[in-house]
Ligand binder design. Structure first.
Ligand code: SF4
Length: 438
C-alpha cells in the first residue's frame, strides 16, 4: 500500500552531509503533506563543488520533468543556494529552497502555483546569517547499511577554490548531547556502523561553550553508546586534528582504522595560493603519526589536479606526496573554477592539461590502491555488508563476499586475494570467528 511519502522522491548529489540531509528533507516534506499532492514531488538536493556536479543536476531535472509532467520539482542544496537565479530560470523547476530552509517542514508548505514567474519560486535566505545547527533527528537513512550523522555544518575558512562556505554559511556545531541522542536512536534502529559527518568536521566545538574538541566528542559518544560497534569520521582537515582525536585513533578499536584527508595538493606554494592551513611537511608528518599510532589504518585523500599556476614541477610534488604519505586511495578532482571564488580569477591552465594531470594522478591512485590491497591479503577483517556480495572492512576497503550475507550485518572474513579494485573475503565459520578482527 503506497503512502504519501512514497510520492516524494529525493535525488541526492555530493557529500555524505547531503545524504543525511536528504533523509531529513524527505521526513519534513512528508510532514508538510507534499506527498499528498497529485503527481507527487521530486526534490533535488544539489552539490556545487564542481561545475560537473551542477551540470549533472540540471540534466537530471530536465529529464525528471520530461518523465513526470505533473510532479512538483523542488531544487535545493549548495548549487541552489549559490546559483538560485540560474535554477529559477529553468521552466522545469517549481521552487528553489535554500540550504537552511530545506530542513524545515514550512519550506514545503504553500507551494507557488505552476508556472509562476522566477522570483516567486525562489525561497533562499542569506545563509551567512544562520548561526545555529539544530539537531535534526532521523530514524534511518533509507536503503543504507551504514548511517550518517550530522555533527557540524558550514565553514569559516576561505580556501580560494571552494564555494562551499557560500552554500553552507558559517561553521556551527550540533551540541554533544544531541549527537549522543541521535547516535542512540540510530543504534537502537539496528545500525552497527555510523559516520559522523559535516563540512569542516574538525572545527566541531569551536562555537560551543568551553570549545570542546572533536576528539572529546568522539570519545564521549563511544563511552555513552557502548552498543555502537563501528564509528567513522567523514573527511577531516589533518592540520586541525586534535590530540584527543589522536588518542581515540590509537586506543579505541570501535573507531574504524580509516581516515579520509582533505590534503588538496603536495606543493607548498600552491597550498599557499589555495589558502590551505597546512604545508606539505605537515601532511607527511600527520600521516606518519597516525600510522605509528594505528598501524592497520588506511588513509585516503582529496587531491586537486590542474590548480591555476600549477607547473609540471609543482604537479610532481603532488604525485610524490601519494607515496610519501603512504596514501591508500585518492579522490581526484580536476580543478573546476567556481563562480565568485578567487581561484576562478587566477590564470587558468588549459583544460587538456588539467584533464591529463587528473588522469595521471588517478593512475597513481590506482597503483597506491593495489599496493594497499596486496598488503591486506592474508588478514582477517570485519566487513560491514552493504548489499548481498559486497561490503567494506574497517579500513573502508571494498570486499567481495558470498551473496548469502544480509546487508547491515558484520562478517568476519579472511582476505584470500583481490582483483585490483576490491578484496575477496572468505567468511570465517561462526565457531571459528575471531572477535575483534580488523
Ligand atoms: S575547509 Fe576549505 S575546502 Fe573545506 S569547505 Fe571550507 S573552504 Fe571549502
Amino acid at each position: 500500500m503506497s503512502t504519501d511519502s512514497d510520492q516524494i522522491r529525493v535525488v541526492t548529489f555530493g557529500c555524505r552531509l547531503n545524504t543525511f540531509e536528504s533523509q531529513v528533507m524527505r521526513d519534513k516534506a512528508a510532514e508538510a503533506g507534499l506527498g499528498a499532492l497529485g503527481g507527487g514531488a521530486i526534490l533535488f538536493n544539489t552539490c556545487a563543488v564542481t561545475g560537473e556536479a551542477v551540470r549533472q543536476a540540471r540534466q537530471a531535472i530536465r529529464r525528471a520533468r520530461r518523465e513526470n509532467p505533473a510532479a512538483r520539482i523542488i531544487v535545493t542544496g549548495c548549487a541552489a543556494q549559490t546559483q538560485a537565479k540560474a535554477f529559477a530560470a529553468m521552466d522545469e523547476v517549481d521552487l528553489i529552497i535554500g540550504n537552511h530552509d530545506k530542513l524545515h517542514a514550512n519550506a514545503y508548505r504553500a507551494l507557488p502555483d505552476f508556472g509562476v514567474n522566477s522570483t516567486e519560486k525562489v525561497r533562499v535566505n542569506d545563509i551567512m546569517s544562520v548561526r545555529e545547527t539544530a539537531a535534526h533527528m532521523i530514524e534511518a537513512i533509507d536503503g543504507r547499511a551504514r548511517a550518517f550523522l550530522q555533527v557540524q555544518n558550514g565553514c569559516d575558512h576561505r580556501c580560494t577554490f571552494c564555494v562551499i562556505p557560500f552554500g553552507r554559511g558559517p561553521s556551527r556545531s550540533v551540541p554533544m548531547g544531541a549527537v549522543v541522542d541521535q547516535m542512540r536512536r540510530l543504534v537502537a534502529n539496528g545500525y552497527r556502523e555510523v559516520v559522523l559527518t559535516g563540512v569542516d568536521t574538525t572545527s566541531w566545538g569551536a562555537d560551543l561553550p568551553g570549545r570542546p574538541s572533536l576528539g572529546r566528542m568522539v570519545r564521549a559518544v563511544l563511552r555513552q553508546v557502548p552498543e555502537l560497534e563501528r564509528l567513522r569520521l567523514s573527511s577531516i582537515d589533518s592540520v586541525e586534528a586534535d590530540d584527543d582525536l589522536l588518542d581515540v585513533i590509537a586506543d579505541e578499536p570501535r573507531f574504524m582504522p580509516h581516515l579520509h584527508l582533505s590534503l588538496q595538493h603536495g606543493d607548498d606554494l600552491i597550498l599557499k595560493r589555495m589558502k590551505r592551513r597546512h604545508g606539505r611537511a605537515d601532511a607527511v608528518r600527520f600521516c606518519a603519526t597516525v600510522r605509528r599510532l594505528r598501524p592497520d589504518i588506511a588513509l585516503g585523500a582529496d587531491l586537486i589536479a590542474g590548480f591555476p599556476t600549477e607547473t609540471e614541477a609543482m604537479f610532481q610534488n603532488t604525485l610524490s606526496l601519494v607515496a610519501e604519505c603512504g596514501l591508500d586511495h585518492l579522490h581526484v578532482f580536476p580543478f573546476s573554477p567556481r563562480p565568485r571564488t578567487p581561484a576562478a580569477r587566477m590564470p587558468q591552465l588549459d583544460r587538456t592539461v588539467v584533464r591529463e594531470r587528473a588522469a595521471r594522478l588517478r593512475a597513481a591512485g590506482e597503483v597506491a590502491h593495489v599496493r594497499h590491497l596486496d598488503a591486506m591479503v592474508g588478514r582477517t577483517v570485519a566487513v560491514l555488508v552493504e548489499r548481498p556480495g559486497f561490503g567494506r572492512s574497517g579500513q573502508y576497503t571494498p570486499v567481495a563476499l558470498p551473496r548469502d550475507r544480509a546487508a547491515g550485518s558484520v562478517v568476519e572474513a579472511v582476505v584470500d586475494g583481490h582483483d585490483g579494485t576490491r578484496l575477496t573475503g572468505r567468511p570465517v565459520p561462526a565457531e571459528g570467528a575471531l572477535r575483534g578482527a580488523a
